[in-house]
Design a protein around this ligand. Structure first.
Ligand SMILES: C[S@@+](CC[C@H](N)C(=O)[O-])C[C@H]1O[C@@H](n2cnc3c(N)ncnc32)[C@H](O)[C@@H]1O
Length: 159
């Protein structure tokens, strides 16, 4: 198991669909911490995820507490992507099984999730820039983690 991606109460269905497609293409699990701001089966989610949704391993957790119970069972570290971090994600050593948590588009994550994280990582941005789109942030950090772990799917296996 390389890393897992997790979304904290995502607001915007096409972003979640884009990340579901990313996870399907990179053979990563996607965990969604509910409540999301859109229903299961949302048209924007399906449009962005396309047919990749059929092969995406998506697990929904009813609450952050339920997500944390699952993570404790897995013995996995929680790695939070946040604009409130000081440490750049490229300087972090990822480990197999890490769960990369992405915040909601409108508000990031609450203090409890921030405090629960084993590490908080920043994608450094140009002066004055507030944040990246959540799907782009997830793709950048997942790419670095897979590079470090040598865990990209073998070339030529894409369908
Ligand atoms: C649109 S941003 C959220 C902005 C929100 N106002 C905040 O303060 O967190 C959505 C999510 O993308 C990720 N993200 C976006 N830009 C980032 C950056 N420069 N470094 C780390 N994570 C970032 C974070 O997980 C963030 O919670």
């Amino acid at each position: 198991m390389p890393i897992r991606l997790a979304l904290y109460q995502p607001d915007i269905a096409p972003n979640a669909g884009t990340l579901a497609r990313l996870c399907a293409c990179l053979a990563l699990e996607l965990h969604i911490v509910e409540p999301a701001g859109f229903p299961v089966g949302d048209a924007g989610f399906r449009r962005a995820g396309m047919d990749y949704l059929d092969r995406a391993a998506i697990r929904r957790h009813a609450s952050f507490a339920a997500f944390e119970a699952w993570r404790a069972q897995e013995g996995a570290r929680l790695i939070l992507a946040t604009t409130r971090a000081a440490a750049s994600y490229v300087d972090f050593r990822f480990a197999a099984g890490d769960v990369l948590l992405l915040g909601r588009e409108s508000a990031g994550v609450p203090e409890a999730a921030h405090a629960a994280a084993d590490a908080r990582l920043l994608i450094p941005l140009a002066a004055g820039a507030r944040s990246l789109n959540v799907a782009l942030a997830g793709a950048m950090i997942a790419g670095e983690a897979l590079r470090q772990l040598g865990a990209f799917p073998a070339a030529g296996t894409a369908a």
